[in-house]
Design a protein around this ligand. Structure first.
Ligand code: ZN
Length: 201
């Protein structure tokens, strides 16, 4: 395995429920080393989020950031549609999320463990989040938009769930093909991929 590679679909570690980090281990050296490896891997790839099972470690630890350089190529309208903005890097130990209401959003998303593909996935618009940081402090927050999508994707990883389990299967698309559609509003991109927008033959 290359130094900072991400475990790919088919490895059972991605399908098992990851274990909670015991409270007395959260500020331990092994956990700090795990998080360090996760950041280095995420930076090397790069991506917006990574769960520990994606580097082969079955623990409930997630790192998230959405850097200005990841979103600078989007127009203001595209960022508004995705409800996406920069997220400061942070580490979540034992995160728990619960949906707020039933409102959902559909957008294309990909996964570092399913290289080369993207698909439209319906996610809750808002979630309530609780987690512990590396100093053992408890946090809670209500999160919406793209940030909520990232959290749902990453916490799914801790439960052995991949976005392909939740995607609209007809929208599965190579990232190469999707690059031609990335500028479209999501609804139009879905129509383009599925052919559903075409007039009846
Ligand atoms: Zn993923």
């Amino acid at each position: 395995m290359a130094q900072w590679s991400v475990v790919q679909a088919g490895d059972p570690v991605l399908r098992r429920r990851a274990a909670e980090v015991p409270a007395d281990q959260i500020s331990s050296k092994p956990v700090a080393q795990l998080v360090d490896r996760m950041w280095k891997t995420l930076d090397a790839v790069p991506g917006v989020g990574l769960a520990a099972p994606q580097i082969g470690e079955p623990w409930r630890v997630v790192v998230v950031h959405d850097l200005p350089e990841f979103i600078e190529h989007y127009t203001e309208l595209q960022l508004l549609e995705r409800e996406r903005g920069a997220i400061e890097p942070y580490v979540l130990v034992n995160p728990v999320i619960t949906a707020v209401g039933y409102e959902t959003r559909i957008h294309f998303e990909g996964c570092l463990s399913v290289e080369g593909y993207t698909a439209a996935v319906e996610r809750f618009h808002q979630v309530d989040l609780t987690y512990v940081d590396l100093e053992g402090r408890h946090h809670q927050a209500r999160v919406g938009g793209w940030h909520a999508r990232i959290l749902q994707h990453e916490v799914d990883h801790l439960d052995g769930v991949l976005y392909v389990d939740r995607m609209n299967t007809r929208t599965l698309c190579t990232t190469d093909n999707y690059s031609d559609l990335a500028d479209l509003p999501t609804g139009a991109a879905v129509d383009a991929v599925t052919g559903d927008g075409d007039p009846p033959a």
